[in-house]
Design a protein. Sequence first.
Length: 278
Amino acid sequence: MTGPIGIFDSGYGGLTVLKEIIAELPQYDYIYLGDNARAPYGNRGFETIHAYTLECVQHLFKMGCPLVVLACNTASAKALRTIQQKDLPHIAPDRRVLGVIRPTTEMVGTLTQTGEVGILATQGTVTSESYPIEIRKFFPEVKVHQLACPMWVPLIENNEADSDGADYFVKKYLDQILTDAPNIDTLVLACTHYPILTKKIKQHLPGGITLLSQGKIVAHSLKDYLHRHSEMETRLSKNGEQKFYTTDDPQIFEKLTNIFFGATVKTEKLDVAVGANC
């Protein structure tokens, strides 16, 4: 029996990743689940994020997904390793869960000439130290500078990405990280919401700095993973279909999908409760 690829995010941002994955791999079926009722994850603790993420992953397993991608930096930073190493061997040894951090960190060191890179992320991702830890594994000589940008997500979700207020907060955070680390020549948008601000960021970003967003990187990495793991690839259904679920109000979710996905999509509600037997 075959099934779709599950794409999980705490909210809307993962839609930017799903959009690029579909562009790269349109033949597969996908189920997107946004845990909007409990978002944002960015300021929550490790145990809470692990519990929420694991529960949603289990729901995607229940819906037939052999493979789930955590299209959320905070979930990837705070829950992925535990799910892969401790949970899956007991609850679903034949399923796989992937994240967005490792594909990004495998590339970032090949782009920098100065040996200094910047990470713009949520507070949760910054606190986890996941990016410095992962980058150090591949490029121990690269110096990593991190900055949390707490105002960017609410700006985007309130459809203010093109506003003067967005200019202020984009410039504020860029000025801050470049003042603290003037030798940065590569800047990673380590939150899947942030690509929505790409136009504004480029307007305020000095020349000579490479801006890296994750959608295309994750899509290419997933394609490579499926090429290398034929035993998983053959378990995936291929009808070119997508289904969308949210743990909050579907009508609210649908209103914002155009911002992140480039289209309005029909969405269903999925009820979740931590500790439920999935």
